[in-house]
Design a protein around this ligand. Structure first.
Ligand code: ADP
Ligand code: ASP
Ligand code: MG
Length: 441
């Protein structure tokens, strides 16, 4: 079994969907599960619709629903040719937009907002299925809501997914092509939920692990993982080979091409992951496996929205158990720490969301003087055995002479050196590292 995931831009135009149909039927030796995202821009619009409803701005929400519906109406005109297929596509669009219009009339809740967000992937897969049917391509729609589940901690349950998906596939063992929704799932209460923004990659990796796939292909709008963020730095190059650890660090520390936690399922089952370009299918892309390929720095990535919490206390001097007490506060509020630096009298930790910041600070106050700094960015330099690579630190710090680096984390992992900088310095930092580490300008 092979998994092929196509992101928003890969299905965002009728022509692109046509091309996806070609890509998934090019090599039919193996059965395939195709995971689709919503059409590009759709999830952003659905988020805006939900936000407007939550704020009681129904007119604004209605306007956004109508605008999105008009987009789909024109999309299907170009997607299919026959009257029969067009009528089918039209009734799918009507059904989903009627649903959004009904939601508009009832009182808003968190659970409803998840239902709104699910419409994008439901629409893209159903419309794609109509197109495949029109082309006479035999396939089956696999409803993700029947097998993709998360537990009470919002963590996907791989063993349950495996059993549920395995059963459906077994019942349909004559089929060679399956289409399913990325991103959407059911939570422990049985409600519609999702795997967070960019979560279709996660779906693909979970499905790949659940069926022990031969490969998990992530098809997107760029020819693989680049050495730096192409949205910020002009000259970047694709990386041919990454280890699971390197890819996971890059994804977690901001390389948007992959969902932050999508690597672990594939890694657990040792399923190779390939990052490929839908617009340039012949390009090599990036292969992610157990092996790292080469030693040294591979890429840098940036993660914004980082908050630093400083705890300063002379009581820390020669005391033990101090860090444990601090960590317990973060554990209580289910807030993970990304970076930490300590001295004899102070600890600084970083977190990536301030949801429970006020409560955390309040509970930390008995331990010392607490200060909080927001608007920071973690810049991560990722590679293989970089802690052992001789001149990495000198190159790094030489490149960053003009940057007020606030924290450095080195040695915790063999694959990562992270620095914290004020977000206003992010672009300059990425550019300087592109030159200093990769000789690219
Ligand atoms: P999809 O819709 O296919 O999931 P995304 O927009 O989520 O695609 O991810 C692809 C985008 O990730 C690229 O267009 C690129 O701008 C961005 N990106 C950020 N950092 C990197 C990187 N290091 N390498 C490649 N792409 C990156
Ligand atoms: N459609 C969802 C999003 O835009 C999931 C994804 O594209 O991966 O976040
Ligand atoms: Mg994505």
């Amino acid at each position: 079994m092979k998994i092929m995931k196509f992101g928003g831009t890969s299905v965002g135009k009728p022509d692109r969907m046509h091309q996806v149909a070609q890509l998934i039927t090019k090599d039919e030796r193996e059965p395939r599960i195709v995971v689709l995202s919503a059409l590009s821009g759709t999830t952003n619009s659905l988020v805006a619709i939900g936000d407007a409803m939550a704020a009681g701005q129904r007119d604004q929400a209605k306007e956004a629903i109508d605008k999105l519906e008009a987009h789909y109406q024109s999309f299907i005109k170009e997607l299919v040719k026959t009257d029969k297929a067009y009528a089918k596509a039209k009734s799918i669009v009507s059904e989903h937009f009627e649903f959004l219009n009904i939601i508009l009339k009832i009182s808003f809740s968190e659970a409803l907002s998840k239902d709104i967000l699910a419409q994008g992937e439901l629409l893209s897969t159903k419309l794609f299925s109509v197109y495949l049917e029109e082309k006479g391509i035999d396939h089956m729609l696999l409803p993700a809501l029947e097998f993709m589940t998360i537990d009470a901690q919002d963590e996907p349950q791989l063993s349950t997914i495996k059993v549920k998906l395995g059963r459906i596939l077994q019942q349909n063992s004559d089929k060679k092509l399956f289409i399913t929704q990325g991103y959407i799932c059911r939570n422990s209460r049985g409600e519609v939920d999702n795997l967070k923004r960019g979560g279709s990659d996660y779906t693909a990796s979970l499905v790949a692990a659940a069926v022990n796939a031969s490969v998990c292909e992530i098809w997107t709008d760029i020819d693989g993982m680049h050495n730096n963020d192409p949205r910020i730095v002009k000259k970047t190059l694709p990386i041919e080979q990454l280890s699971f650890e390197e890819a996971a660090e890059l994804a977690y520390f901001g390389a948007k091409i992959l969902h932050p936690t999508c690597i672990w399922p594939a890694q657990q089952q040792k399923v190779p992951v390939k990052l490929l370009n839908t617009m340039q299918p012949e390009a090599l892309g990036t292969t992610i496996t157990q092996e790292a390929g080469s030693v040294g720095v591979k890429a840098v990535a940036a993660k914004d929205g980082i908050i630093v919490i400083n705890i300063k206390s002379s009581r820390m001097l020669l005391a033990y158990g101090f860090l444990r007490k601090i960590f317990e506060v973060f554990e209580k509020y289910r807030t993970s720490i990304d970076m930490i630096t300590t001295s004899e009298v102070a600890v600084s930790v970083t977190i990536d969301h301030g949801g429970n910041l006020t409560s955390i600070v309040k509970e930390l106050e008995p331990f010392g003087t607490i200060t909080v700094e927001d608007n920071n960015t973690i810049i991560s330099v990722v590679g293989n055995e970089i802690a052992q690579t001789k001149d990495i630190l000198s190159k790094l710090f030489e490149a960053l002479i003009p940057i007020p680096v606030r924290m450095v984390s080195y040695g915790g992992s063999k694959h990562n050196v992270s620095m914290l900088v004020p977000s206003s310095y992010k672009t300059q930092t990425l550019q300087l590292l592109n030159k200093g580490l990769f000789g690219l300008e």
